[in-house]
Design a protein around this ligand. Sequence first.
Ligand code: CA
Length: 245
Amino acid sequence: MDQIISAINHWKGRITHSHIDVRAALIDMDGTLYDSMRNHTAAWYRLMTEQGIDCTREEFYLYEGMTGASTITRLWQRQWNKIPDLQLINDLYFQKTQYFNQLPAVLPMPGAKQMISSLLKADIMTVLVTGSGQPSVLDRLNNDYPGAFADSHRVTALNVTHGKPHPEPYLKGMEMAGVKYWQSMAIENAPIGVESAVASGAFTVALTTGPIPAETFAASGADLVLPSMQVLADIMPELLKHLRL
Ligand code: CA
């Protein structure tokens, strides 16, 4: 409980609005709604090593949340000091998606269904905010989380100009839900996603569902850092009591 109070005080301390009243939850997909990061990092590592890029599998956890195009550009610049052209980016992202799809199917993150149903029961609008453009995961949302993510409530790689860590994806999510930052909470699992959410002004929850330590999320500005989606699901009813007027 003390953790909830101090998280909300942290949020209030960094925003200028005089009160808070959360009406919408803006939720990341990979590593948050789906336990998919192992597959993403494996697919990226396979693609990039085949392309002759020096890299480690772990570093792809740090790029999580960026669009595929940004990840490809970043590694090309680092290795060859060159910017890849659009055709090459599209070909490589397509290949990465193929490698991802060859891996075992990803499952919903444990606790995520319970968390979503707590939100819906409390009349909190739910909006997807992902850097992904991969149809294989996006297409599963309606099945795994029925009623939660209408097409009109999805921010993806396809409808933003600037990906995370820029605040645009979260700001766009607020616009879709018709809410302001002081009416929004964001749920993330990657430092770049946390930076984006924090910059948008939303109350930001970081889940340490991968190998990145809690301190990194606190340093990125997260208001509340929790060890798993299940923990968030369990405290959500209590958290919402403090986030609503
Ligand atoms: Ca993520």
